[in-house]
Design a protein around this ligand. Structure first.
Ligand code: CA
Length: 559
């Protein structure tokens, strides 16, 4: 009898434990768009929710779980992708900026899922330069890829990246969905569960929708964020973003209106999207305010048409999973590689640590263990996505991974007592492309502390260092910098300490780039002498920028 008991227990252990055969494991479908900010998904309930609903993405929230506080740790494309793939922060995986790559042999998620008996695929926008060789199958856009008639790199007779297939006459979102459907239906090994990374190029700029969406939102006035108009309000930002006496307001952050003389949508969009402008548009016939409003509407409409294309394509993908009976045994995730400024603070693009840029959408559906309609304000970071997916598949998380699995939060709706209380942020690409100074910071549920140290990897091309503190409970749109408000002195002190500890914990110690670390340390306490130095740096940068605008070459950015 005892022996029978023992045998029975062994059988139970095999069924419940890690010895589950690969065929019994859930599929994992990780879907990611490019620059799709959470506030452009209706389930997040922003000003855009009513005019531009995303019913298919929302379905994941209604039937699964929505994370309100999902953050990227470096708000730019390649680094965010590298964080997800490796479960490591940028300073660990080495993908600091758009030159970032993750070499074959280090593509952690593909390797771990593969070892556990999964069939693995990477389809769509990859943006990590080298071959996605650790995936069983890949079909990826070269670099940013094209919106129309896209080409894809595949495995073949020639060495990477020479084997190409073309999808003439197609929009990239439609093509990527078709390729994924083809792989799901016929390409994969159906004796194995799948791990699929399905990545859209849309709605990355410059936005270009499929022709069938041209009339979508045509006659709608897109609701504006209040901060679209508040660039003149000195309570927002700091000397780092405004200059000592607002002299840098035109030069920090590319703009919707004509604030930034180097790059603005007011200047760029009439040529790019003439159909969004009145016939024979001439800016001389319009007020500054009208010009800005036209640019904002052109911008948002093109962006939201791309979003609509993504959402419709997800509908096609879900319909297939329903049909094949795989909807419920697949862990389905939707996210964007970071957020995006949709006119807030008159800023374009991402890169900023401000909410709209740092926040990622994150929705997850897996009815076997995640209750429908759950929402949480637990803080998660993109380095946590990988280990969470591995955890759902019952795969051991490798020691190289810095992120933590939040599977338990998905399954219980509760944060474990020792769960992270803050997100770490670092943007390295100082003053590249969109005029954002380098910065580092910490975001808790209540506050955000940002330190713009304002220097390149080599410590050069300086902009004035400055600190910003936002009270997110009182001021969720980050309109008042409280750093110098004496009432907040204890908060500043505590958060600086926490930020220093977090830097040490995640290992961002400045070893690789000691020159910029010197700048960070020099301005950390930000005493009266530092503030004087910052003023001088502001004036010096204004002179540099004025020279650049007059045609002087920007100094080289050694890395
Ligand atoms: Ca992106």
């Amino acid at each position: 009898m005892k022996n029978l008991h023992f045998l029975f227990l062994c059988v139970i252990c095999v069924i419940c434990g890690q010895n589950l055969s690969a065929a019994d494991k859930p599929n994992v479908l990780y879907m990611m768009s490019d620059d799709h900010a959470a506030h452009a998904i209706s389930a997040y309930g922003s000003r855009l929710a009513e005019i531009a609903p995303t019913p298919n993405i929302d379905r994941l929230a209604h039937e699964g779980m929505l994370f309100e506080n999902a953050f990227c740790t470096n708000s730019i494309c390649s680094p965010s992708r590298a964080c997800v793939l490796t479960g490591q922060y940028a300073h660990t995986n080495g993908a600091y900026d758009l030159g970032g790559k993750v070499e074959p042999g280090k593509q952690m998620l593909a390797i771990e899922f593969g070892k556990a008996g999964y069939d693995t695929a990477m389809i769509g926008k990859w943006h990590l330069k080298v071959e996605p060789a650790d995936f069983n199958y890949y079909c990826v856009l070269p670099g940013q890829g094209k919106y129309h008639d896209p080409e894809f790199r595949v495995r073949g007779d020639q060495p990477w990246p020479r084997n190409l297939i073309k999808k003439d006459g197609m929009h990239s979102s439609d093509a990527i969905t078709d390729i994924t459907l083809e792989w799901l239906k016929e390409g994969r090994d159906k004796t194995k569960p799948f791990f699929l990374m399905h990545h859209y190029k849309a709605p990355h700029d410059y936005f270009d929708n499929a022709p069938r969406y041209e009339s979508y939102l045509r006659d709608v006035d897109i609701p504006e964020p209040e901060s679209l108009w508040n660039s003149h309000d000195p309570r927002f930002g700091s000397i780092a973003t405004r200059g000592h006496d607002d002299e840098l307001v035109p030069h920090i952050g590319t703009s919707i209106g004509d604030r930034n003389p180097r790059r603005s949508y007011s200047k760029d969009l009439p040529g790019k999207y003439p159909a969004e402008y009145p016939e024979n548009y001439d800016p001389a016939d319009h007020s500054k305010e009208e010009i800005k409003r036209l640019a904002y509407n052109a911008y948002l409409k093109k962006f939201l048409r791309c979003v609509k294309g993504v959402d419709d394509n997800l509908g096609r993908l879900f319909a297939h999973l329903e049909e094949s009976g795989e909807m419920d045994n697949t862990v389905i995730i939707y996210t964007g590689d970071q957020g995006f400024m949709l006119g807030e603070h008159d800023y374009q693009d991402k890169r900023w640590m401000y909410e709209e840029s740092m926040r990622m959408p994150f929705l997850i559906r897996y009815p076997a263990s995640i209750k429908a309609g759950r929402r949480t304000d637990a803080i998660i970071e993109n380095v946590d996505y990988g280990p969470t997916m591995l955890d759902f598949a019952g795969i051991k998380i490798p020691d190289s991974v810095q992120g933590k699995s939040f599977k338990a939060i998905c399954e219980t709706g509760e944060e474990p007592a020792d769960w992270k209380k803050a997100a770490y942020y670092r943007y390295w690409m100082h003053m590249a492309h969109h005029d954002n100074p380098g910065h580092v910071g910490i975001r808790t549920k209540e506050h955000k502390l940002i330190f713009y140290y304002g220097a390149n990897y080599d410590g050069g091309y300086r902009t004035p260092p400055g600190w910003e503190l936002y009270n997110l409970k009182k001021d969720p749109h980050e309109t008042v910098n409280e750093y110098d408000n004496p009432e907040y002195a204890p908060v500043v002190k505590r958060l600086k300490q926490q930020l220093a500890e977090l830097r040490a914990e995640v290992g961002d110690t400045g070893e690789d780039y000691p020159e910029v670390e010197k700048v960070i340390q020099e301005f950390w306490d930000y005493d009266a002498a530092d503030r004087e130095k910052a003023k001088k740096l502001s004036q010096a940068f204004l002179a540099t920028r004025t020279g650049e605008l007059a045609g002087n070459k920007k100094p080289g950015k050694k890395k």
